[in-house]
Design a protein around this ligand. Sequence first.
Ligand code: PEP
Ligand code: MG
Length: 536
Amino acid sequence: MKFTGTGAAEGVAIAQLWHLTTPDLSVERVTGLDPREQRARFAQAKTQADGELAALYASTMERDPEAAMIFDIHRMMLEDLDFIEGVDDLLDQGESAEWAVRETGETLRAMFLAIDDETMRARAADIQDVSNRLVRILKGIEENPMPQEQVILCAQDLLPSQTVRLDKRYVVGCVTRGGSVTSHSVILARSLGIGCIVAMGEQFDRLPRQGLAAMDGAAGELIVDPDPEELTLYREKLARAQEQRDLLAQYAGRPAVTPSGHRCLVCANIGSVVDAQAAKDAGADGVGLFRSEFLYLDSPDFPSEETQFQAYKTVLELFAPAPVVVRTLDLGSDKQAPYFQIPDEENPAMGYRAIRICLAQPEIFRTQLRALLRASGCGNLHIMLPMITSAHQVERTRSLLAELEAELRAQGVEVAPYKLGIMIETPAAAVMSDVLAPMVDFFSVGTNDLTQYTLAADRMNPRVADIFNARDPAVGRMIAMAAKAAHDAGIWIGVCGEAGADVALTDFFMRHKIDELSVSRGSILKVRRAICESEG
Ligand code: PEP
Ligand code: MG
């Protein structure tokens, strides 16, 4: 019997089906309760949750430090001021601790879901996970025990903390009714190296409760009760998958050099200090894109110079002497902070965003640039400007930087040498790249936006997903033009959009002597291998 879903994480498995039963976390509303009592219950649940998370962190750390990070994030979420204040307000109104946790969790979850950014949306699942843990504790329910034999785990939807608890000795694959390819659980499943099929929908309800099954995560295929022929086929697949893993492991810690001798750095895209540590552990050659706007989106108000300084300092020190490219604020369009409301626009992707905001409201830009300049001595700082469309924007930023450097020095603060670069993510920047290259120290191609603007296809609109294609020759010409301009001017050029991890494009990138590819941490080894085997 064959079942299909969306292939979300690569991995082949032959094992027994095992259904994860979800505890009943429904909450009845009861009002008029004593806030003091409920506050004490909440505090007690928080302490227990923290203890559980600390234990999970410690046990996961041994087998998968990267995956263990998630529990650290959850512990931080328990102490999040917005969360605690939200719960407190409801307790003051006489609600129960369960109700207050559930409602506040839902409000924060909705806030994250409203942000059109994959990573932020994935955080919504973490918030739900933390609030479920608290509700479970408040309802006195024990944690779901894990299986003790090799299984393919079947679940309605898998929360990150459930995924991360999966011990590879027992759980060799997972299948979910809901979920999407970009959910945090899938990212974690990938880092655990197990296959994952999501969005099975109604087919999921027809899955037997037990029995032997064979699954192929990449193909999104699950065969229940396979016949001898199917079993042989899957055993061969298993052997091939193991061979692939062994081959990929050889690339860990190995410099990425093409057969013709071109060295290309494989760096990581990050959005936070926690991501930076995980990227470092995954063997990144540096940070090719620190999306600094996440510091702003993660915060109830504009983050202060000091908060930003600490974040940049930590990441720079972690990677020193390797390069860290911090992209200046790219708010606007799909990334909206609640405290910085940009009035509705007809065309936000082409509207008031990124460098346009920073130059129009220099007080915002000044805070960030001062924090960056103060951190310059902590490592190999590269400052990168997003959404550049004209040389004028680079000139204005340079003069602002010069002014701030003088200001800091006058205050007795050292400013160490740093690099200034721009993103090539608009056709204007690509077309003008020969003029822009001599003005900066590096380029990095943002293929996500460059593709949408070059092909006039909204990156968020599924109806034009077939047109939005970074492999389109029109995008290729833009990249080739920028690469030539960069090299003619003697500066380096990287690619930090999603296409950087598309190994079908690696030959193209290497032919154009792209100097750096910046990708999500799970793609680092795959990209290293593609470079080493490329024809470029
Ligand atoms: C890009 O546009 O390719 C890019 C890397 O930036 P973002 O996806 O954050 O817009
Ligand atoms: Mg972009």
